[in-house]
Design a protein around this ligand. Sequence first.
Ligand code: NAD
Length: 502
Amino acid sequence: MSLNALDRQKGARELTTQAEVKKYDLFIDGEWRQPSGGETMQRLNPADQSPVATLPMATESDLDAAVGAARKAFDDGAWAASAKRRARVMLDAVARIRSEIDTLAPLLSREVGKPLAEARIEVLSMINTFEAYASMADNIRGRAISNATPSALGVVLKEPVGVAGLIIPWNWPLALLSWKLGAVLATGCTAVVKPSIHTGATTYEVARIFSEAGVPAGVINVISGRSGVIGEKLITHASIDKVSFTGSTATGRRIMELAAGNVRRITLELGGKSANVVFADADLDAAVAGAQAAVFLNCGQTCHAGTRLLLQRRIHGEFMEKLLALVDGMKVGDPLDPSTNMGPVVSEEQLRIVEGYIELGKQEGARLVKGGNRLTGAPYDKGFFIEPTVFVEVDNHMRIAQEEIFGPVLTVATFDDFNEALAIANDTAYGLAAGVWSRDLRTVMRFARGVKAGTVWVNSYHTAGIGNMPFGGYKQSGIGREQGEEGLETFLETKAVHINHG
Ligand code: NAD
């Protein structure tokens, strides 16, 4: 789907930035509690610095209380006892989320700076994921090994892993929350959720909705605060059974170190530098629109963004002409304006990082053919806006082709044949996703089998319209999978029961 095509999905009410600025407390044991240290922080809209929400900063003792509540709710056994009840409550929450989409999507848009249409798509994607997990709750199956000997039976039981610590980044905070929390609720686990401090407000709202739908006290707890104070403690806390983390590869490494101490179960969903490969026989117009959406969705702040565009040499000229025309037509601006295609990056720090990489790309010898500048003057003055940026003549060994920029920066390189395309695609420390465009089934399947990536989109990017597929990374893009049966499995323990019945 092209970003311009997203315009057509914009059905939301037009909203102004003079929306309500709500103050949140921590959500622990089914109730709202002020942070014990009394500290709060204000989240400002990255588009114009207007206040979005006041968020609580949890202390270590708040973390202890949240983990204690989750532990009690799990050990009590009532939540894990009825899959039907869990599915019912999840579906009730889904209906409530749906009825609140016109307030949740604008709040998400203001928190992250993403265009309202993309925020609505994210809320809908969260709904789909919770629905999918609700339908799986009553279908978690063990198995019986009954034919090995007439006097014994082997029974393989699947049990909820227990109390999960869920650590979420800011870029797709609701979608990623649902990938983890959906599995937690379906399996009968309980959770302590630590959102990014940028995106606490929407996370607290979802916790409220689940509570109103009947999730018992202690099953979902949400605490926001400093990573160094509560994030690391959450990973090493004695009463936590599993940590599911999504974020950068650098933080993932740190989490592995911390988890090693008590051999904590971990799932890591980390960074990416995904290749999007276009062969000469592809439907070029579809591939051009796909290449645009692949990188500029959410202002390039997407883990599986197709940031490395690889074009077969003979289509390079025609393809780039069409792509740059599409990029020229993109409107960067106020995320709440329905005509906006791309908002700001999430923070000033992120803006500096992206600007640094653009400068680096020039120094490395890549040719800048579009964008490259911070947008200034009204209406950009107070926001962190940067132009959609395109580099061509990029060598895959350049740092801009190897490192995750996490901004609206596309690098373009060329290849001559299949083997070269696959070699460049795989020449990265990451392995999160890839795209391939061709009309030849043999080409796309050879590529899909050969590329070292957890997700491959064929003649599409970001989605081919199928939800609830397992997602996760090869190589340094992570460990484990989320969504689908594989995602559910990571919140289950397996127990083998050997029964001698004589
Ligand atoms: P980040 O690693 O800085 O932070 C992610 C989360 O971890 C936040 O909640 C943060 O507060 C917390 N955190 C940071 N340091 C911590 C520590 N030492 N201990 C415990 N928690 C800590 O990442 P970010 O900037 O919020 O998100 C962007 C990154 O996330 C990108 O690298 C992106 O590729 C990655 N990401 C991956 C996926 C995926 O599914 N693979 C999805 C989205 C984002």
